[in-house]
Design a protein around this ligand. Structure first.
Ligand code: CTP
Ligand code: MG
Length: 239
């Protein structure tokens, strides 16, 4: 088994509104993408890394990767960017981890859990957390229609791990059918009828989407940036 990681960093970061690509925004002196690149590069289970960059930042990120990753240009959608990463992976890669650069503080333990499940023979593995808020379904006027039972609901994180041939088949199918409502790779794999297994995620693997999320990452990563251990928030405890 040879594991390759694809770190998708080619989004524009509109909701963050930083005026530049989200993956290049500074987090304690390093671009956001560099945080997860280091975590994957230091992980003994990961053998090759591809960073998918905004097309105007390929040179900058290639310099920043300093030999730790191949850097290729991304596409208009996240799905296009994952496909660009998949095409760039060397032939010997049998299993793929797809990770959002926008989740810079993902702990190595989450990567290890996903890899362990792939080693156990699973085709598709995703880290998840239980839903802790009360969830309501509302109509177009904001009137509550129902309170949803959250016991079986999970929020989904990355890295998502796959057998390479399964992910390639799922993307081919997704491309043909224009599955625009599917926002993650596991969704494409579900759509071709394959089993997707969950493993416990971590609150540290949250995605930076809004300015509030960037503030949170800045505060959580502060001690880390200066050599201390990060405080470990709640983990999933579910699978
Ligand atoms: N991504 C990508 N290529 C795209 C769109 C997204 O590589 N065409 C990546 C982003 O860089 C990010 C991850 O997919 O690491 C998750 O996407 P999201 O959080 O939506 O990031 P953005 O698309 O950059 O943000 P926004 O939707 O607010 O513009
Ligand atoms: Mg987006």
């Amino acid at each position: 088994m040879t594991i390759g990681a694809i770190i998708v960093a080619a989004g524009s970061g509109e909701r963050l509104g930083a005026g530049r690509s989200k993956a290049l925004v500074d987090l304690h002196g390093r671009p956001i993408v560099d945080w997860s690149l280091s975590t994957f590069a230091d992980h003994p289970g990961v053998e090759v890394i591809v960073v998918v960059a905004p097309s105007d930042a390929v040179d900058e990120l290639t310099a920043g990767a300093a030999g730790r990753a191949l850097v290729v240009p991304g596409g208009a959608t996240r799905q296009d960017s994952v496909q660009a990463g998949l095409s760039a992976l060397p032939a010997q890669v049998s299993h793929v981890l797809v990770h959002d650069a926008a989740r810079p503080l993902v702990p190595p333990e989450v990567i290890s859990s996903v890899i362990a499940a792939l080693h156990a023979g699973l085709d598709a593995v995703i880290p998840v957390l239980p839903v802790i808020d009360t969830i309501k379904r509302v109509d177009a006027n904001g009137v509550v229609q129902a309170t949803v039972d959250r016991a079986s609901l999970r929020t989904v994180q990355t890295p998502q791990g796959f057998r390479r041939d399964v992910l390639v088949a799922a993307h081919r199918c997704g491309h043909e059918r224009e599955r625009s409502t599917i926002t993650d790779d596991a969704g494409l794999v579900e759509a071709i009828g394959r089993v997707v297994q969950t493993v416990p995620g971590s609150e540290l693997a949250f995605k930076i989407t809004t300015p509030h999320d960037l503030q949170l990452a800045y505060r959580l990563a502060g001690p880390w940036a200066y050599g201390a251990e990060p405080t470990q928030p709640r983990t999933g405890g579910l699978s």
